[in-house]
Design a protein around this ligand. Sequence first.
Ligand SMILES: [Zn+2]
Length: 317
Amino acid sequence: MRIVFYEKLWYFKRMIKKITVLILIIALSMSLGTALANEDEITVIDVSALEDQYEEQDDPAIPLPAQTDPPIQTSSARKRVAYLTFDDGPVRDITCRILDILEREGIPATFFVLPKKDNDDIFWRMINEGHEIANHSSTHNYYRLYGSSIDSFLDDVMANHYFIKNRFGYTMTSFRFPGGPFGRPPEVIEERREALAAIGYREFVWCVDPQDWRDHVRAKGGRQLASLVLYQVGGLSDRRHINILFHDTSGTTVSALPYVIAGLRERGFTFDITRNFPFSNEEIEMFEEVATAQRTARINKTRLRQHHTTLATESLE
Ligand SMILES: [Zn+2]
């Protein structure tokens, strides 16, 4: 009798277990159905936020998307560099407008300056905005520079050197002969070149000269001046380095500058300061050729190479 009772109890318990499992299954499938039915109400994950997070984490283990291969370098794709140079300044109104354009375009340039007082703010701008200040003598006086002794020449050059050095702590290392070295007695220029090299200066001529100091050129206006520059650049298509001579003494030069920059960019040029000019054989030949073209002083290639590679800056300290 007792056994029968326990057997019934056991069956009863087993049935309750089965019913419980069944109820659980029904409840689960019902909740799943509800979840699927309410799919629209599921919060949408903001993928862009995740992407931001991913970028911030920048996990180096996860490979970045493959980048396109860089274009194959050909000789025609050689980097060409333009050196914009401005002589005889600063001239407050003109030089400031040129600096504004260069700042807007993000371009460095070289200013072959004279030691003009009351322009400290302009010199500071040149330094702080990444331009090069270069020596163009103190007086620009051809007699003192070329008609007198070598000491007279050096005194003139060093007066400008220390004007800039003492006021701004800036050491100039580039020089341009006032009026250029062309058409002067070769021995006079050679002697001065050696003196410049001995005090750590590199000399720069130019290969593009629109003669923007001449009244009839200025009268033509900015666009004409720019097309003259670009025309001359076009004649030097085999040159990687183009040194362009301007003067920051005329409004025409200011209005030409944006067109010149745009035209040079179109032709694939980047811009740099003369201090960064590399002196390879090609460059020396370029200067030699320019000098020959001007039918002026013969340049001894070996001496010129020595001149340009001797940077005895410490002799200036
Ligand atoms: Zn000059």
